[in-house]
Write a new protein. Structure first.
Length: 137
């Protein structure tokens, strides 16, 4: 019986599971949006929101705590300089999970996990690219 056993182990050992979640969170911070299985998206949502909260704090201890989980300095710098300031006035709920489809080979439910302001950022990026094209012409 699995009484009081929280979380899914994804049929992996503890080290493999930790590496999987760290990689997913790093990819999420790098690309702002990723597609993964629904279970993995739910597993990384809490971790990622906690790291964004550390980013909002912005002190040395917070940076060290985030670096202990994400060892890539460029992604950590992006978290502290770009991602966390966007949510300065928000108390939580930085991410959304949207169920999309079922994967072809094993019918696993897939989901997109993204920051809640992803559409705004995408539109701003498209606006900048259109302005550059307009200047070239």
């Amino acid at each position: 019986m699995r009484h009081k056993v929280a979380g899914s182990n994804f049929n992996r050992t503890a080290n493999q599971r930790k590496a999987l979640l760290r990689g997913l969170v790093s990819s999420l911070f790098e690309h702002q949006r990723i597609e993964t299985t629904l279970a993995k998206a739910k597993a990384i949502k809490g971790i990622a929101e906690e790291l964004v909260t550390f980013g909002k704090r912005g002190d040395l201890h917070s940076k060290r705590m985030v670096m202990s989980y994400i060892p890539n300095r460029t992604i950590v710098a992006k978290l502290f300089s770009d991602i966390a300031p966007r949510f300065a006035n928000r108390n939580g709920g930085y991410l959304r999970i949207v169920q999309t489809r079922q994967r072809v080979n094993d019918r696993a439910p897939m989901a997109i996990i993204e920051f809640i302001d992803y559409q705004d950022i995408k539109e701003k990026g498209q606006g900048k690219s259109q302005e550059k094209e307009g200047k070239k012409e």
